[in-house]
Design a protein around this ligand. Sequence first.
Ligand SMILES: [Zn+2]
Length: 113
Amino acid sequence: MTTATKALRHFPWCAPGKCESRPETQSAEHYGQRLLLDAPDGMDMGPAYLLHAELYVDDRYKGTSLWLGTGDPDDDEAVLDGPQLDAFIARVTAFRDGLAAMRAQLDAKPTES
Ligand SMILES: [Zn+2]
């Protein structure tokens, strides 16, 4: 007699082939596509990216989280919920705005005082 296995139901953000069924606990772990912030040319830091981010959920536990880590494989990763991710997005946006302001000033010539 065969045991019917329940088909794994995925989230819209699941990356094909990355999710894992856990028959022993009748659960599953879901993984999204990994997003990378590449390091600029000339920055020699080992990995070719500054940050990585990925959605994750183990359906035995609470809701979906975002894993965020640096390019250093020895660094801890942060696990962010929605409000924590909102706060981080605000920081990234402020940093991006600062970069854009510096870019606008990059070609400025000195003025006499
Ligand atoms: Zn999945």
